[in-house]
Design a protein around this ligand. Structure first.
Ligand code: GAR
Length: 193
């Protein structure tokens, strides 16, 4: 069976959506481990409350960098858990060589915009500030860039006249929660995982 490892830094609503899709039989997989670089992230609490094994990635003292040793340790934790596909779900550090080599073409990310537009932090706010008519959600394969790598799936989210950053992000998340499990399922079956 497809064995997933999920990396997140925040609330973990996408991890929850993947878990729920598995429970409903929409995604044939299991989540073996959830890892976070933030020991206080809600994603860890959510995962534990579902009985999923969690571990913290120690990146200290770096605030934003993902040090090479921490990436090697992360790869080892994922391998030990038997993970064959890694899903970034709101993971806010850049993945580089040690992890990319350990999971070549086997790391997915979800991003709240129509990439290549608005990479980086708070993409929904970037879209509002740019007065874009629409934005969306992208699922892509991860490479060494920030929110770059081959695009697998995209879905448009219109920006409404009364949208604030918060209302737009909430509508984007509804789409994310549908799209990510579907994209994982499609990618896994296309790649015989
Ligand atoms: C999601 O909107 C995800 O697309 C975004 O972080 C949020 C995490 O929410 N990721 C990025 O911006 C990646 N560059 P969640 O913790 O509730 O899943």
């Amino acid at each position: 069976m497809l064995t997933l490892g999920i990396l997140g830094s925040g609330s973990g609503s996408n991890m929850q959506a993947i878990f729920d899709a598995i429970q409903k039989g929409k995604l044939r997989a299991r989540i073996a481990i959830v890892l976070s670089d933030n020991p206080d992230a809600f994603i860890l609490e959510r995962a534990r409350s579902q009985g999923i094994h969690t571990e913290v990635i120690d990146c200290s003292p770096h605030r934003t960098r993902f040090p090479e040793e921490a990436q090697e340790e992360t790869a080892a934790k994922l391998k030990r858990a038997g993970v064959d596909l890694v899903c970034l779900a709101g993971f806010m550090r850049l993945v580089k060589k040690p992890l990319l080599d350990a999971y070549h073409q086997r790391i997915l990310n979800i991003h709240p915009s129509l990439l290549p537009a608005f990479p980086g932090m708070e993409a929904w706010k970037q879209a509002i500030d740019a007065a874009a008519p629409e934005t969306g959600v992208t699922v892509h394969l991860v490479d060494a860039g920030m929110d770059t790598g081959p695009i697998l799936e995209q879905e448009v989210v219109p920006i409404l006249p009364y949208d604030t950053a918060e209302t737009l992000h909430a509508r984007i998340q509804i789409v994310e929660h549908q799209l990510y499990p579907e994209a994982i399922s499609k990618f896994a079956s296309e790649n015989n995982l």
